[in-house]
Write a protein that binds this ligand. Sequence first.
Ligand code: RM4
Ligand code: MN
Length: 388
Amino acid sequence: MTDNSVVKAALRKQAIELPSWAFANSGTRFKVFGQPGVPRTPHEKIADAAQVHRYTGVAPSVALHIPWDTVDDYGELAAYAREQGVRIGTINSNVFQDDDFKLGSVANPDPAIRAKALDHLLACVDVMDATGSADLKLWFADGTNYPGQDDVRVRQDRLAEALEAVRDRLSPDQRMLLEYKLFEPAFYTTDVPDWGTAYAHCLKLGDRAQVVVDTGHHAPSTNIEFIVAFLLREHKLGGFDFNSRFYADDDLMVGAADPFQLFRIMYEVVRGGGFEPEEGIAFMLDQCHNIEPKIPGQIRSVLNVQEATAKALLVDAEALSAAQRAGDVLGANAVLMDAYNTDVRPLLAELRAEEGLDPDPMAAFARSGYMEAIAAERVGGQQAGWGA
Ligand code: RM4
Ligand code: MN
């Protein structure tokens, strides 16, 4: 297996981005359960995210979601993030919660509504300029519920037109990351339902457009690691929205439902050079903590990604390649499984100690008293939520 010092050196470079909305209240369409101490403002979300970085050392940035994180002064918010020891990362657009978007946003049959959706996307680029963010994440709830409801071909034209306008607005150091999702809220057709559709649009858009793989956005049993390998090989993988799912887009903690799948994905990232800075892959979480406490939920998630990464880095590339070339099916499989079956927790504890962190971030955070402090301090005001 790969030498521990090599694995540690690679892990030191890892950065996982946290979603601001993970710290806010969330739920299902049946009920949103509030929790004590939940942030009321984007500043409080950033303060909570900074705690995750403080204890894990690998979560230095926070993604914003607009308009959930709207503030008057984004430069000030970015400065506040820096004071807290983190920075603002990806800007997520939201064109799925306005009444006007009932029949879609950028693919809506009404040109005035399409223009309104595009305005929002362009306003998100203004936010990026103010925060210094490099990535704009685009997810569209657009689609139809019934056969015949709209012309699915024309909807692709409308989508392409909006994407081109966004691309033309980006500065050279900014990217657009196009996310796909099989279904929901549209139940019959979705305008960007899969990686192939996203890839085809990004290919036409050029270098500054790349695909985002949200691990919860596939049909059951989809081989996500193949998609990752393919996109990485084409330099069209922009990043991940990590979460895990049992059934649909469950947004559960990454690595909770299927840690082996996460390992297989991370192995393809390692194999394809996806940790090299030039590749620019954004490793983001996109999760909701509906019933578990949110900050520890995020810490657990970051640790799950780190563990899967460590195991992927442990794979003995030479032994694997030799077995593959020899057609040794069982031998090759065993090389991969040896790495997966390694308990990497001692190695990660050691790494943290070397970095001056507590070897057990979950326990250290619990001891810190932060949860109790925010529950006592954050009284009154309106707790942030996803507004569904
Ligand atoms: C979508 C998609 C987006 C996220 C929203 C909240 O399903 O995953 O990335 O911003 O949910
Ligand atoms: Mn997502």
